[in-house]
Design a protein around this ligand. Sequence first.
Ligand SMILES: [Zn+2]
Length: 411
Amino acid sequence: MEHMSVIHKTTCRICKGPDLVKILALGDHPPVDNFLSEKDIAREKRYPLDVFFCRACNLVQLLDVVSPEELFHGDYAYFSSASEPLVRHFEQYASDLRQRFLSDGDLVVDIGSNDGVLLQFLKDYQVLGIEPSENVARAAREKGIETLVAFFNSSLADTIIASHGKAKVITANNVFAHIDDIDEIIRGVRILLADDGVYAFEAHYLLDLIQKKEFDTVYHEHLCYYSVKPLIELFRRFEMDIFDVERQETHGGSIRVYAGKKGAHSIEPSVQTLLQLEKDAGLHDEQTFAGFQKEVESIRAKLLEVVREARTEGKKVIGYGAPAKGNTLLNYCGFTADDIAYITDTTPHKIGLLTPGSHIPVVSPDILKTETPTLILLLAWNYKDYILEKEADVRKRGARFIIPIPRVEIV
Ligand SMILES: [Zn+2]
């Protein structure tokens, strides 16, 4: 039955072509969100984590698609509002949408709305969240945000039109890269969107991933690693234009893409600017990726050296933050609880469980009020400045942080 949980595609998710080349191999990994208890360890499964480049449209993607049932069994542990910097980001995002596109009475639909982290700032319009995870949707409803527990597709788009009318703004943040059948999402967006409407989404940006060596952002949920070029191709097929793109700092570097029906919005210079930037960085050229595997291997070698040397000297090493990407890093390095004694995280659903694959206990950060480890591996490195400031106290007591990305540093 095991083979039923993973499908290996042989064609590109955007252009459907077969000319795909492997650019990064990270080994076999369990799904990064499946935090588990001791009794579930024997049943844990691992799947290949290999990244491919399409020579035709240049989309960078995974071809091994693990079934959603495997990726999200049990309680899906990710609540966006648990991260303060992320909440501030969405507050600004909501303000941008309000100023550029929204008028009184407009409908805003958020696909993958999580706990309402974006829509809570737009409640003076009509808002509708779509969230597949029941317990996450419940948190949104408690904030007074109407939320459907569903996966978005074209038939749901028809249902929403019948009950709410067409949407002026549709958003999909950090979910658009997670969906295998992106055609079906865009088909649904096109149906639900008003003629002058805007589809805005944020996704991790391939340019940041490559330039800042953010290999740990590769995991089974992230099926696509977007750059602007293949996205233009994707929307063109559905008679839509990308009319603006902004770089964002979230998740180590993201893009916010604005798309609309063909001809509905004038195309901003940002689209051409980013295309040129990508071309200059070699993102449309397979050769650029040839050195990436080696760079990733050298980060692993350095991390292993630092952590194992400290352990040999009997020093305590812990981890800080248990984000999804942390599990790619831990499992790629082969770390276990012998290397990293525990990992602190503020997410209540993760505390008391073990990290997938590496089986390291997750505990509340309160432990750092009394304990002083020698080294703290910062897995949530995208919040480096925020965390170093927040943890000034334990640093004063002598603990030092290991920053793994983009190069291993001890601060
Ligand atoms: Zn392609």
